[in-house]
Design a protein around this ligand. Structure first.
Ligand SMILES: *Cc1c(COP(=O)(O)O)cnc(C)c1O
Length: 460
């Protein structure tokens, strides 16, 4: 299957090339040329069975089934729960889908474990190496470090803001002990880290010579991997029962994966409510049809402190009837600095996608963590609490409500303590992380210095 760009000026790419490059060369996002039909998950299929079928629908003849099965089996062997994404009942007709059973206790593991196996397999076949580079303010870096540690064909460079991320989050990325994982602590904030990564990718010469690749949430392999748990949730709760899925959202990769699952026939209907914190750009987009400039503010749910939800571009592309010229025009206009009112051609169909968004304040997030503990005895993470708070506010419905639990409470001990007065225990399987030695290099906030660091440490 070929992948085309939402901005229409890149030549179609194969599945493997679209995933290895992340962003399309014209600045747009890759989407499949047509939506494949995928049979819904059956009650007797394992998580790996469903993952293999979903990937195969996009990869077609580029990767055979045995190869895909090997990739998926290795990826999900690192999970502590055999169901990978188990459902637990939270209230009458309401469930949590626990996405935090991976090695770094956040849902990013579900896609990152798969992407690492996938990259290593296809690169070894091609006899190539790549340098994966990302900026992180929290969960992405740890998930990438755990997934790529020891990969034979990938060197990983993670930029994090020095002394500005939580200790638990930092430990997950700095204690792998793997020689191909390089942690770069930048003497500045997260925005500076992200600006350096953007500048590295803008340097086409460096990108080509260094085999630079990205694994941020716009990578199609991540979206495909995340579509799988929507399919298994539908199978577990009954193939003929409509679901109402509440998705704690930032860059909208997770909610987009639900939309993709529905478009491919994996779901019985589609209703997804994006739960956002005080950074509510997504609510303004889906509710008012407006792209507004804002800077991110810090909240108790930091993985969702996003001012421009990048995956929205794919939804806008579909809503526009795949009008790449219009999408290019809108994003150019937005890049030039102003707010953009989406045209009717997008706004109308957008209202019929099944996607909506609701905002939760910082105060309500903390109150919600307390309330869920009072009701169930569970400690939940602040991102999940934004989700359960939204679920509570929805009108009665025959649909079964599923809130995605995106991280383990123990990843955010300070916030959990503030909200409930209790300290969540780290699960046994990750307690070793705390005891190990940390490795990172402190580097100046300087593009040239980082570029040299990468050149000096990559195995080409
Ligand atoms: C990344 C993340 C989110 C947001 O997911 P998006 O795909 O960016 O919308 C929510 N919760 C947690 C814990 C995360 O790490």
């Amino acid at each position: 299957m070929k992948f085309i760009s939402t901005r229409g000026q890149a030549s179609p790419a194969s599945f493997v090339d679209a995933c290895l490059s992340g962003l399309a060369p014209d600045g747009g996002l890759f989407v499949p040329e047509t939506w494949p039909r995928i049979e819904p998950a059956g009650p007797n299929e394992t998580y790996v069975d469903v993952a293999v079928r979903v990937l195969a629908a996009f990869a077609e003849d580029e990767l055979d089934e045995a190869t895909l099965r090997g990739i998926c089996e290795r990826a999900y062997a690192s999970f502590a729960h055999q169901s990978v994404a188990p459902l637990v009942q939270w209230g009458p007709n309401a469930f949590l889908m626990e996405l935090h059973h991976g090695p770094t206790l956040a849902f990013k593991d579900v896609a990152m474990q798969l992407i690492a196996q996938f990259f290593d397999t296809v690169l070894s076949r091609r006899g190539e190496r790549m340098s994966v580079t990302c900026a992180t303010s929290g969960d992405t870096g740890g998930a990438a470090a755990a997934a790529f540690a020891g990969a034979s064909n990938v060197d990983l460079f993670i930029l994090h803001p020095f002394e500005r991320i939580s200790p638990v989050q930092r430990l997950f990325m700095t204690t792998t002990g793997a020689s191909n994982v390089h942690n770069i602590a930048i003497d500045e904030d997260f925005d500076a880290c992200q600006a350096i990564v953007k500048a590295l990718f803008a340097d086409r010469d460096f990108v080509v010579r260094s085999g630079l690749s990205g694994v941020n949430s716009i990578n199609w392999a991540r979206i495909a991997a995340q579509a799988v748990y929507y399919a298994t949730a539908q199978a577990a709760l009954g193939t003929d029962r409509p679901l109402r899925i509440v998705v704690p959202s930032g860059n909208m990769g997770d909610a987009l994966a639900g939309y993709v699952a529905a478009r491919c026939g994996l779901l019985h209907g589609f209703e997804a409510v994006c739960a956002v914190n005080e950074n509510d750009a997504l609510r303004v987009l889906l509710g008012e049809g407006r792209m507004a400039r804002a800077s991110a503010v810090s909240t108790p749910s930091p993985a969702m402190d996003i001012s421009i939800p990048s995956n929205f571009e794919r939804i806008a592309f579909e809503a526009s009837g795949r009008d790449a010229d219009l999408i290019r025009q809108i994003y150019n206009q937005f890049a030039q600095g102003g707010d953009v009112d989406l045209p009717e051609k997008i706004k109308g169909p957008l209202a019929c996608t099944g996607l909506s968004a609701k905002r939760v304040s910082n105060t309500n997030t903390l109150e919600e963590m307390k309330r869920v503990h009072d009701e169930t005895g569970w400690l939940i993470c602040p991102h999940t609490a934004v989700g359960t708070s939204v679920a509570r506010s929805l009108p009665e419905s025959d649909a079964m409500t599923v809130v995605l639990a995106t991280a383990h409470a123990a990843k955010f001990p300070e916030t959990v303590e503030k909200a409930t007065g209790l300290t969540p225990d780290l699960p046994h399987r990750v307690q070793g992380v705390i005891a190990r030695d940390e490795e990172f290099d402190r580097v100046a906030n300087d593009l040239a210095v980082v570029r040299t660091f990468i050149r000096d440490h990559q195995r080409l």
